[in-house]
Design a protein around this ligand. Structure first.
Ligand code: CMP
Length: 143
């Protein structure tokens, strides 16, 4: 079963969007395999966003993601990685179409409400960074 890592960022948590976001993925038919409300340390933030280390906005990115609690999740289901990216919308909410999460709730590229893995390799890496194996649920049947 394909799995992806999704995270409601500090802006989404503070604006009370966790329920709305979880609901969208549930209604689509995906299964929640793990979730936690947590604070991200400087070290975890730098590791998670390691591929952006050389970008001019890296410091801002790390400062923002460590600025308040996030809601980290693992979702599973058919093509969940690509489908979740579609449901999130473009990285810059200015380019995200309505009915996507960023299109409906985001305004700026920094505070863009949600993060989602962009490939099977990132999904595996990011799930491993945020969750221990025993924190993830195995559903036996259905869907
Ligand atoms: P995310 O999907 O979490 O992955 C990397 C993040 O970098 C991205 O979402 C944006 O929030 C952020 N980002 C991309 N470009 C910029 C930018 N120009 N300024 C600030 N943050 C950015």
């Amino acid at each position: 079963m394909e799995k992806t890592f999704l995270m409601v960022k500090p802006d989404g948590v503070q604006r009370g969007l966790i329920g709305e976001i979880v609901s969208r993925f549930e209604k689509k038919g995906f299964q929640l395999a793990g979730a936690k409300l947590m604070s991200i340390s400087q070290e975890l933030a730098e590791e998670h966003y390691g591929e952006h280390k050389e970008r001019p906005f890296f410091g801002e990115l790390v400062d923002f993601i460590t600025s308040g609690p996030v809601f980290a999740m693992v979702w599973q289901g058919e093509d969940v990685i690509a489908t979740a990216r579609q449901m999130m919308g473009a990285t810059n909410p200015k380019d995200a179409v309505p009915a996507t999460i960023r299109g409906d709730f985001g305004l700026t590229v920094g505070k863009n409400v949600i993060h989602g893995s962009d490939s099977p390799e990132s999904a595996q890496r990011e799930i491993g960074l945020f969750f221990k194996e025993e924190e993830l649920i195995e559903y036996s049947k259905l869907i």
